[in-house]
Design a protein around this ligand. Sequence first.
Ligand code: HEC
Length: 172
Amino acid sequence: MKKLFFIPHVLFFISITFLVTACKKDEEAEGIDKELLDLASSTSGFTWYKNSASFLPKSSASAHPFSYLRTRYNAIASAALDSNGKVIDSTLFPEGSLVVKELSNSIGGLDRYAILLKRTGSPHADSKGWVWGYINKDKSVAEPASKKGASCSGCHAQTGNIDYMLMNIAHP
Ligand code: HEC
């Protein structure tokens, strides 16, 4: 009898745990993540990589789990691009640079933003002054900026990167 009495309690705790986990998964961007999402959502004043808004198939070196991508640079970051829209060799991006990679599983779609914002001195910046954002278009956070690109910067520091940028290598 005693055992049966506990069953509703156990069920109650299971459902609470489920609810908490479910809510966490869909957590909406707030704070720095919300700011990055807002910055990335605006498209005016940006220059596209290689001056082209065409969708590129993701490279084999990419860990980003979407089939297509295209990358754009805000007016400040554009100073690090040459006239062909490629990143200038060994350049350092100026303070305030915003680089936005749009990720999608279909040409013309948009599922997630991968974001790099140069804001030296931000509590979320890594040792090179970059803040890393990974946010879905539906506002849920794929990887919070508070992690300072922990799962990103190793790969982005590979040979041939330019201030972490890999577009030149992956899409020459
Ligand atoms: C295993 C390697 C790898 C990891 C891990 C990785 N990336 Fe990337 N990333 C790439 C490659 C390769 C590109 C070039 C475009 C492409 O083919 O996807 C790229 C492109 C980008 C760009 C466009 C700017 C540029 O030239 O690099 C941004 C922004 C970006 N990634 C952000 C992130 C963030 C944020 C994370 C972590 C949540 C991350 N990346 C994790 C490989 C990686």
